[in-house]
Design a protein around this ligand. Sequence first.
Ligand SMILES: CC(=O)N[C@H]1[C@@H](OP(=O)(O)OP(=O)(O)OC[C@H]2O[C@@H](n3ccc(=O)[nH]c3=O)[C@H](O)[C@@H]2O)O[C@H](CO)[C@@H](O)[C@@H]1O[C@H](C)C(=O)N[C@@H](C)C(=O)N[C@H](CCC(=O)O)C(=O)O
Ligand SMILES: Nc1ncnc2c1ncn2[C@@H]1O[C@H](COP(=O)(O)OP(=O)(O)OP(=O)(O)O)[C@@H](O)[C@H]1O
Ligand SMILES: N[C@H](CCC[C@H](N)C(=O)O)C(=O)O
Ligand SMILES: [Mg+2]
Length: 488
Amino acid sequence: MDLHTLLSHLHGFKNIPSENVEITSIEMDSREVKEGSLFICVKGYTVDGHDYAHMAVEKGARAIIAEKPLNVNVPVVIVKDTKRAMAVLADSFYKQPTQKLHLIGVTGTNGKTTTTHLMEHIFKANKKKTGLIGTIEIRIGDDAYDVKNTTPESVTLQQTFHQMVEEQVDVAMMEVSSHALDLGRVHGCDFDVAVFTNLTQDHLDYHKTMDDYRRAKGLLFAQLGNAYNHSKPKFAILNVDDEATSEYIRSTAATVITYGIDKECDIRATNIQMTSAGTTFTLVTPTETAEVKMKLIGKFSVYNVLAATAACLVSGVSLSLIVEQLANIEGVSGRFEVVDEGQPFTVVVDYAHTPDSLENVLRTVKQFAKGSIYAIVGCGGDRDRTKRPLMANIAAENSTEAVLTSDNPRSEDPQQILEDMIKGISTSNYVTIIDRKEAIQYAINKAERDDVIIIAGKGHETYQIIGSEVFDFDDREVARQLIREKKS
Ligand SMILES: CC(=O)N[C@H]1[C@@H](OP(=O)(O)OP(=O)(O)OC[C@H]2O[C@@H](n3ccc(=O)[nH]c3=O)[C@H](O)[C@@H]2O)O[C@H](CO)[C@@H](O)[C@@H]1O[C@H](C)C(=O)N[C@@H](C)C(=O)N[C@H](CCC(=O)O)C(=O)O
Ligand SMILES: Nc1ncnc2c1ncn2[C@@H]1O[C@H](COP(=O)(O)OP(=O)(O)OP(=O)(O)O)[C@@H](O)[C@H]1O
Ligand SMILES: N[C@H](CCC[C@H](N)C(=O)O)C(=O)O
Ligand SMILES: [Mg+2]
């Protein structure tokens, strides 16, 4: 595509350079630039992409998009906000792929990965080719690709949608993080369905206040229906039991479908019965009622199932197929994943890394545990510090013994993170063990028949980030090995 055609998609933009050039790719990282690239300079949190413009030109960039004049010998197009321009240009370069897909976006503090994976399972059973973008990986059909972020930057995102269109994907579902909404990564995406799971504390390092965080998530619902194709019906699927929903209802032009448990709504679960082996409930929609039986447990799982069900229903899947599929869903990698080596106690690996998710998961364990509960918990470095004392307190209050340890300390001192955590605890039922493997070993050595060990925070992650080094570490593998050692 040539530069002039590409720039014509920047609405109202007049500052078009006289020289036209052929553009063969869009890049925001100078290291990725190839002959023919358009390089977009983005001011980051670590460095400023403008400082890499020369390197980009040396590597073959034919034009630059920047926020200030640059002394280089290729056309420089100056815009106010390169990130937002990048999203629009990427959408145009890849020929508006989201207009050709049925696109479902899921936002909320907890449950995004779980909800999108439930939907993927149901759509696949409905014989649709699926695309999935989120924390664990990108999937197109059955092919998986690694990801760096839950919601990728716009260029990667649009390129992924383009690949999905090429591979004839029918329905795409993605997690939309608050960072992505705030940073304009999904600007220009034509969502057909937007789902809200819940809003509780997280990411206050980035958003500063809960109001800012709530507003960022709300952008998904405000954006819904404002994009290109107004003739297609748009749906906002909202959790009626969450306080933020009333604001999101006001901010969207789409048809609102509410779901929940406690309050009146369109898609509701009643008569919820739970054992350690699974959950049953009656699912009531405006037109149908069905009995759901599933292996997932916890009230939070019922919410995720309702959200996924609502999104599938408005996308044309029958309730009978949804209910049939819910019965055989095993769960999502690293979410309440049981490590079973035949030991007489239970070990669960879970991705709870926020106060609310930790409380939900520990309360669920408490409901069924016959013996002691060991809660192994850490808090990420370079992330929301205010959640540390809250999470430690929740761990101590809802367990027999909390084992506080490291969870990706990154550039921070792990000992300091533990000290931030223990400030929230007023009881004495905790130990601190910096080394995560030793922490897991401590609990496994202590566990007796019927006890439950919950290893929280890392779920599917297969690494531990200490300083700038990334070490192999998989809670499930470490636990498995230690259980075997204990048995022998
Ligand atoms: C805070 C944040 O969002 N950071 C993202 C940001 O990094 P950054 O601002 O540090 O980038 P930078 O290193 O300063 O680089 C600035 C620019 O210079 C360019 N550059 C840099 C070096 C070079 O040699 N040449 C060059 O051109 C970079 O490509 C970039 O365009 O841009 C990177 C490139 O896209 C992202 O990968 C990175 O996400 C990091 C990994 C991250 O941890 N983000 C988290 C906070 C995040 O976004 N999380 C959300 C939510 C997670 C959830 O709750 O599920 C997510 O969606 O993942
Ligand atoms: N609906 C929910 N409400 C509260 N907690 C939940 C809910 N669903 C899952 N959880 C808890 O949160 C953890 C993370 O779930 P999941 O990965 O689905 O969330 P996410 O929103 O994708 O998280 P992230 O922001 O890290 O991508 C789970 O392991 C579980 O402990
Ligand atoms: N997407 C979340 C994941 C946190 C997972 C936890 N293991 C940590 O590293 O803090 C984040 O980057 O804040
Ligand atoms: Mg996720």
